[in-house]
Design a protein around this ligand. Structure first.
Ligand code: ATP
Ligand code: MG
Length: 620
């Protein structure tokens, strides 16, 4: 494991005074989460600009160790490493349409000939074009190619330090198979490798079902480290048999009932400048003096479904079909679920997006003030209602007229009865799951929400990219078929930060690294770097390096208190303190950074240090 500095085949310890570890007691103002604060304070990274970081010597060593673990485990599966360019001709992205899907997250640069290039946020296009060039027969498959490389994403909100930066290191791997069964096998091999990688890096993670997002394809799982500061929401059934992320998580069956007596006559209310749910709620309490809960409001949103090919230019959509989506005011639409439902209803793969404003207004939708009864009389629209909204009771909804809402909306009276028998009303799970929802297993399990950080994701991609980039092989029957792909990503920098972020990864004094990815495994702290203490420190450092340990030697002329504080801050798993008193008895003090009952600090005879240390490191 040693990646210590090497002179003629022998690794040597690093001297603190000769490296750059700018520790600081100050908590940086814009660092909100512990990993970000501590990586800055411990001198692992420096912010150059928003979402862009320098890696200093300690940070880079940890990063390299994560890479080494990833590389070893990938190589163990038989995957082969490649290195693909970060600069990618934009035409490649246009061929798959992802220059649109990635939107503003895609960095695009122009060269001196005015040609556009994307700075790769991921590499499906490039690897597919590579595979298509050289893989021609099923006999060359399966194969798995991976790289560890810099990715660029113009994140809407780069934050939390290296957890969400604009330039980061990713391991991205891609499997190529001829059959679905082959893909299933390749996927499983990667899944198992990911478990080994995260275990070795000391991460406590859960695996949850995920949406495949821009990647397309059929199946995906996400490896998530549970921490309250995580940006992702995941749901787990309290029965322990289901877990998924917010984008994916279906709810179990929820009943609906359009019937129910009206709570009053449909009453139109003037609600000036209140297009949003919260605006209307506030208007009710401020101007009308009545308390309105958002759970008593209906949120009606106008979407448009179009063929995927039309979607590239929403102003020229053909066979346009409107989808009026109605949810309870306190719920959020889940666009993945919506897209799946609409595809089911229309019987072909379509793309669904919020209706462009001008188009919708021209077609008579009072955007911002739409109510479910706008559906009545329209033949170009499907009404899609979430079960929680498809209920009797008191409802406030849009009045289908600018600056107006209605009170006492009643499904039966105002829509269902009028259009009775209309097959274009569909009730379906359309919203994001929330804490307390029934588990999709429908076994009385209840979904519980928690927060986490996505450290890796595996996808069964299928033929999305090989079809659009024409990467085909001849199969056993001599038919030309598109190659079936899987893709597998891991955030190298995110692993580092997540290890710190998770429970046990830090305390009030600093970082607590697991030995596997700590920048150094051992920190030798001489109380004063001179005389016999210096001789002992140098000798132990050399011996430990020779056995394969990475050693940092704090040779600074600093007070012990400063050295100990810095030691705790940078979080090296084992500290060997060498002072006069213990040395008189032939001993040094060995203290694990991670405080636990059976590994408190110990006085160890100098002659036993190497064996004691190596044994102890294996359990840190
Ligand atoms: P997120 O949902 O957090 O934006 P993603 O699903 O878009 O991530 P993928 O395309 O699956 O990310 O990329 C693979 C891995 O790369 C992620 O699992 C994550 O660990 C890492 N990653 C993605 N975006 C960033 C980023 N901006 N900064 C650091 N790591 C990232
Ligand atoms: Mg992902």
């Amino acid at each position: 494991m040693a990646i210590g500095r090497c002179t003629k085949g022998k690794t040597v310890p690093t001297f603190w005074s000769k490296t750059l570890i700018p520790t600081s007691r100050q908590v940086p103002g814009d660092a909100e989460v512990p990993s970000h604060q501590l990586m800055l304070r411990a001198g692992f990274i420096r912010k150059l600009a928003a979402g862009i970081y320098d890696y200093l010597p300690l940070g880079l060593r940890s990063l390299h160790k994560v890479m080494a673990v990833v590389r070893q485990e990938m190589d163990r599966t038989g995957a082969c490493e490649v290195l693909l360019p970060a600069l990618q001709p934009i035409e490649l992205w246009q061929q798959t349409g992802r220059h649109i899907d990635y939107g503003e997250n895609l960095f695009v640069v122009k060269d001196r000939h005015d040609r556009e290039h994307a700075l790769g946020p991921t590499h499906e296009e490039v690897i597919t074009s590579l595979a298509g060039t050289y893989i021609k027969s099923y006999k060359q498959l399966p194969i798995n190619l991976y790289q560890i490389q810099t990715k660029f994403r113009d994140e809407f909100r780069p934050r939390f330090g290296v957890l969400r930066s604009r330039e980061f290191q990713m391991k991205d791997g891609y499997s190529f198979d001829t059959t679905r069964e082959g893909l299933d096998r390749s996927y499983q091999v990667m899944y198992d490798a990911y478990c080994r990688i995260f275990n070795r890096c000391g991460l406590q993670y859960v695996v949850v079902d995920a949406e495949s997002g821009e990647m397309g394809g059929s199946g995906s799982q996400q490896f998530t480290v549970l921490t309250p500061t995580g940006e992702d929401t995941i749901f787990r059934s309290d029965k322990g048999n289901y877990a998924a992320n917010l984008e994916k998580c279906p709810t179990g069956d929820r009943s609906h009932d359009f019937t129910g007596d009206p709570t009053g006559d449909l009453e139109e209310i003037y609600t000036p400048d209140c297009p949003g749910i919260d605006d209307v709620r506030d208007f009710f309490s401020k101007s009308l003096g009545s308390r309105l809960k958002t759970s008593n409001m209906l949120k009606s949103m106008v979407y448009v479904a179009s063929k995927i090919s039309d979607h590239r230019d929403p102003h020229h959509v053909q066979d346009l079909h409107y989808i009026l989506v109605v949810l309870r005011g306190d719920h959020d639409v889940n666009e993945e679920k919506l897209s799946v439902e609409v595809t089911k209803i229309l019987g072909e793969k379509v793309s669904v997006m919020l209706a462009p404003e001008k188009l919708a207004m021209d077609d008579g939708w009072a955007l911002g003030f739409v109510g479910p009864h706008a559906f009545v009389g329209r033949t170009d629209t499907t009404l899609l209602v979430d079960p929680d909204a498809a209920q009797g009771g008191f409802w406030v909804a849009g009045a289908n007229k600018a600056n107006h809402h209605v009170k006492h909306f009643n499904w039966d009276r105002d829509v269902v009865d009028i259009v009775s028998g209309n097959k274009n009303i569909v009730v379906a799970d359309l919203r994001n799951a929330i804490d307390g929802d029934p588990s999709p297993k429908n076994d009385d399990g209840v979904l519980k929400a928690s927060h986490g950080i996505e450290v890796g994701q595996v996808f069964k991609l299928g033929t999305k990219y090989t079809e659009s980039l024409d990467a085909t092989v001849l199969d056993e029957e001599n038919n030309r078929v598109p190659i079936i792909m899987g893709c597998y990503g891991i955030g190298i920098n995110r692993i580092m930060a997540s290890v710190i972020e998770q429970t046990g990864g830090h305390d009030e004094n600093g970082i607590i690294w697991p030995a596997s990815i700590a920048p150094y495994q051992i920190l030798i702290t001489p109380i004063k770097y001179e005389g016999v203490i210096k001789q002992t420190a140098d000798r132990l450092a050399d011996e430990l390096e020779t056995t394969g340990c990475d050693v940092l030697l704090d040779d600074r002329d600093e007070r012990p208190g400063v050295k100990f504080k810095d030691a705790d801050l940078i979080g090296i798993p084992l500290r060997i303190t060498i002072g006069d008193k213990a040395l008189k008895d032939g001993c040094v003090e060995i203290k694990p950074r991670r405080a636990s009952v059976d590994t408190k600090s110990q006085l160890v005879p100098v002659g036993d240090v190497v064996k004691y240390t190596v044994d102890l490191l294996s359990c840190l």
